[in-house]
Design a protein around this ligand. Structure first.
Ligand code: NDP
Ligand code: GDR
Length: 361
């Protein structure tokens, strides 16, 4: 039985990947951070009693800023595969916490690679690095491939650039099986609530049910290549099953604006939006009620923006058999439906005397 170790197991991709690997018959180990409250919502359905025998799902406390702890976990687990998904993954937050982001996203990757080397596991343990389309930043060509030059536009992307190259360097220097998955944006109903897609579906569902008046956004002209996280984690695994390690772009090859995402999510809820104004003054009105339900708040603008991203996944299609299974419309629909049920649950709880506190960011 193969053993996998996932950093960032409590995140969106970590949860889908853990589920996928368990189905493949792996023993799955995950690194989770200590938090003052439970932070395992996304993986609670996989939980196994620590007292049970022959467990297939085991969590370890750890942090990417702590080398000794990473060495100890890797020594204990002796994994066949490590998936490094842990990161301060929010681009806008990286402008507020650049040093922390560099420590975790850049040096954290180095710490895991060094741990593999220190423990003499270079030939046993295969390594996946969660690289990102944010590396392309100010894009140098459209669409972007594995050969497109990088131009990072945020502390997050700069940190991930280091992680990308240190992964390549350890592959070349020490013959390690180490791969970068250059993944474009991928979303799902368990996407973090402050990423734009989930923020939109959650807010519009709550607006539809009268729980919220308005959705505030930043740059609605930004263009992204959005896929479904469930489809993407399978490619993370496949990259580690090849004869030789390589880097791959994973994307849908289709691009939409944030505004289009808003419109499609609204349509799914039976809301039709009329846009008026331009730039910071742009507003979206519900044509049925005449109410303004979408507006711009400048605080969501980034000091340097990535305006457009569009991936060309030809290499992954050819060599990994990559075919995105979920269409853009299906993705939006699934997210909207889940958030609509969440909003209904919120109403039920409140009506029965259990008000739910809802952060709006
Ligand atoms: P999430 O933000 O949902 O998950 C990030 C995970 O990292 C969480 O489990 C988080 O723990 C953990 N983490 C954060 N900081 C630390 C730390 N210091 N030590 C240990 N664990 C830590 O991200 P996604 O699942 O969406 O993304 C997974 C990876 O893929 C990330 O590296 C991201 O940068 C990258 N990526 C994501 C894309 C996307 O569109 N989703 C596209 C391209 C790359 P906690 O739950 O405690 O916060
Ligand atoms: P991104 O995702 O920065 O691409 O990084 P995000 O959903 O945060 O932003 C996408 C685009 O939407 C614009 N935008 C807003 N974004 C947020 N979060 N909130 C808003 O209110 C808002 N209004 C407009 C942004 O400016 C941006 O252009 C994600 C993360 O998962 C990274 O970890 C990953 O590496 C990349 O995707 C690929």
């Amino acid at each position: 039985m193969k053993k996998a170790l996932i950093s960032g197991i409590t995140g969106q991709d970590g949860a889908y990947l853990a589920e996928f690997l368990l189905q493949k018959g792996y023993e799955v180990h995950g690194i989770k951070r200590r938090a003052s409250l439970f932070n395992t919502d996304r993986i609670d359905h996989l939980y196994e009693d620590p007292h049970a025998e022959n467990r297939k799902f085991i969590l370890h406390y750890g942090d990417l800023s702590d080398s000794t702890n990473l060495i100890r976990i890797i020594q204990e687990v002796q994994p066949d595969e490590i998936y490094n998904l842990a990161a301060q993954s929010h681009v806008q937050v990286s402008f507020d916490s650049p040093e922390y982001t560099a420590n975790v996203d850049a040096l954290g990757t180095l710490r895991i690679l060094e741990a593999i080397r220190i423990l003499g596991l270079e030939k046993k343990t295969r390594f996946y690095q969660a690289s990102t389309s944010e590396l392309f930043g100010q894009v140098q060509e459209i669409p972007q491939t594995e050969k497109t030059p990088f131009y990072p536009r945020s502390p997050y992307a700069c940190a991930k650039l280091y992680a990308y190259w240190i992964c390549v360097n350890y592959r070349e220097a020490y013959g390690m099986y180490a791969c970068n998955g250059i993944l474009f944006n991928h979303e799902s109903p368990i996407r973090g609530e402050t990423f734009v897609t989930r923020k939109i579906t959650r807010a519009l569902a709550r607006i539809k049910l009268g729980l919220q008046d308005r959705l505030y956004l930043g740059n609605m002209n930004a263009l992204r290549d959005w896929g479904h996280a469930k489809d993407y984690v399978e490619m993370q695994w496949l990259m580690l099953q090849q004869d030789a390690p390589q880097d791959f772009v994973i994307a849908t090859g289709e691009q939409h604006s944030v505004r289009e995402f808003v419109e499609l999510a609204a349509t799914e809820l039976g809301i039709s939006i009329e846009w008026r104004g331009y730039g910071e003054e742009e507003k979206g009105y519900d044509t049925a009620t005449g109410k303004c339900i979408v507006a711009v708040d400048k605080k969501y603008y980034r000091p340097t923006e990535v305006e457009t991203l569009l991936g060309d996944p030809a290499k992954a299609k050819k060599e990994l058999g990559w075919v995105p299974r979920t269409t853009f419309t299906e993705l939006v629909k699934e997210m909207v439906q889940t958030d609509f049920r969440e909003a209904e649950r919120e109403i039920l709880c409140t009506e029965h005397g259990f008000p739910v506190c809802q952060p709006q960011e």
